[in-house]
Design a binder for this molecule. Structure first.
Ligand code: UD1
Ligand code: CA
Length: 471
């Protein structure tokens, strides 16, 4: 890996243009907020840029849904500049002039809709620009189908003379297959000196940043290109078709990396794993698993087919059977969950616990070795170690206005089909008879029965028959 050094005398600033709506997305959501691989397009670009300069030297130009974009990226520590009206890529960069013109050094410009950019390519671009002392270096590539991209016009010496946008190109220029990737590295002083000369003299009435190339040439400053071979890395997202193409590339990369790191993935083409998800070695992911958000799965786990896990922490040797839904939950080592379980926000399963089919947990802690194997709802509950929760048990945590807590102390046995009306406490080691409705606290070591006495009437059927027939 090339190491780039940026010090105060030789700074690198990065501007990321992310103010456009992205009309071709046909969306209410600003384009750069659309997600691929579990991250917004803009975040992908910022993370790549962070490999050439610290976030304090990165400025994101925002416009459409500026507050949402700011909220999305603020945790990364970048700066923001508002482009109130989106009058083109040249205009977007111009809005940064006041804030950045005194900085000197190099200025890299990236577009917020190119999420596959690799840090190595950006580092090479900086190196190239440093070595050659041109006014700017831009990344080009050769595309079999260049439709939609700006075409790069190069002279005999290999210098870039101008960039012509698709809409403005002559038939001859449309035949050029070398395109502008939208990734540039400028000598900052020259860029700021001449950027004001960009005019909206085109059909779209926009200030095209690409015009800066011919302007620099006009003033006697060379612009060079860095040709990168056709690679998805340069893909700019304009439509939802592009979005799915890039999403698939990122998902495939993630699955491949996990496999290389020791995770078995059955039918890797069917799984969906977000960029930040971690999975420990010797874990097995069955087909169609979905691991998203900040999920961490430990070692030697098995995640069953069709299971979805969102922003949850799973320990080691945990088995989650098929079609289980887990969101914002914690599962400790050696637990068994599913099939068909639902763990919601705040579910916290202790070591060696069992949660079976059609059991729903919300904001509930299960102590080590506790079991709820079938058909239960446990909400706002503190459940002790080795408690057995029978099939059909319900904690009635909601009275229509407020939520109340249920406490079940260690070793208690909750008979099937029990209804625990919160707030209520079942003491240590107690038994609740099956079918009970428990409305009052049960002291430790007791048996509680909250149901009608069974009545049996021997010979009742025969007597009834005789009454009816009159025999
Ligand atoms: C642009 C280039 C084209 C290049 C292509 C590569 C120009 C004029 N054209 O075209 O040469 O081949 O990218 O993908 O630059 N933006 C703003 N403010 C604006 C307008 C755009 O911030 O006023 C942002 C957008 O949010 C987007 C980026 O700039 O992230 C690029 O804009 P887009 O409209 O997608 O440019 P292209 O038509 O793809
Ligand atoms: Ca684009």
């Amino acid at each position: 890996m090339i190491h780039i050094t940026a010090d105060d005398n030789n700074p690198i600033h990065v501007v990321i243009l992310a103010a456009g709506l992205g009309t071709r997305m046909k969306s209410k959501l600003a384009k750069v907020l659309h997600r691929v691989g579990g991250m917004s397009l803009a975040e992908h670009v910022v993370r790549a840029a962070c490999h050439v300069t610290p976030p304090s030297h990165i400025t994101v130009v925002i416009g459409h849904q500026s507050e949402e974009v700011r909220t999305e990226l603020a945790p990364l520590g970048t700066n923001f500049i508002l482009q109130e009206q989106q009058q083109g890529t040249g205009h977007a960069l111009l809005t940064c002039r006041e804030a950045l013109h005194a900085a000197g050094g190099l200025l890299m410009v990236l577009y917020g809709d190119t999420p596959l950019l690799s840090p190595a390519t950006l580092q090479r671009l900086v190196e190239r620009q440093r070595r050659h002392q041109a006014a700017a270096t831009l990344i080009t590539t050769h595309l079999d189908d260049p439709t939609g991209y700006g075409r790069v016009i190069v002279d005999d010496q290999g210098h870039v003379r101008s960039i012509v946008e698709q809409k403005a190109a002559t038939p001859h220029q449309l035949g050029i297959h070398t395109i502008n990737s939208g990734i540039y590295c400028f000598e900052a002083g020259l860029l700021w000196k001449y950027i004001g000369e960009i005019r909206p003299d085109n059909q779209a009435n926009e200030y095209y940043l690409t015009d800066i190339v011919s302007i620099l040439n006009r003033h006697g400053h060379a612009v060079q290109s860095m040709e990168v071979k056709d690679s998805p890395e340069l893909l700019g997202i304009n439509t939802r078709v592009d979005l799915s193409t890039v999403d698939k590339i990122i998902r495939d990369r993630k699955a491949r990396q996990l496999m290389l790191d020791g995770v078995t993935i059955e039918k890797p083409e069917t799984v969906t794993i977000d960029a930040h998800v971690k999975v420990g070695p010797d874990s097995i992911l069955e087909p169609f698993t979905r691991l998203v958000g900040a999920t961490v799965v430990g070692e030697d786990c098995r995640i069953g087919a069709g299971t979805m896990i969102e922003s949850s922490r799973i320990g080691d040797r945990v088995h989650v059977a098929a079609l289980t839904h887990i969101s914002h939950a914690v599962i400790h080592d050696d637990a068994r969950v599913g099939p068909f379980s639902r763990l919601r926000q705040g579910a916290d399963l202790g070591p060696g616990t069992h949660v079976g089919n059609f059991v729903e947990l919300k904001n509930t802690h299960l102590g080590a070795g506790a079991k709820a194997n079938h058909l239960a709802y446990l909400g706002d509950a503190q459940i002790g170690e080795r408690v057995n929760v029978g099939a059909g048990t319900i904690t009635c945590n909601y009275d229509g206005v407020n939520k109340h807590r249920t406490t079940i102390e260690g070793g208690a046995f909750i008979g099937s089909n029990s209804t625990l009306v919160a707030p209520v406490t079942v003491g240590e080691g107690s038994y609740i008879g099956a079918g009970s409705v428990i409305t009052e606290d049960v002291p430790a070591g007791s048996l509680a029965l909250g149901r009608a006495h069974q009545v049996v009437k021997p010979g009742w059927v025969e007597r009834k028959k005789q009454e009816q027939t009159g025999d």
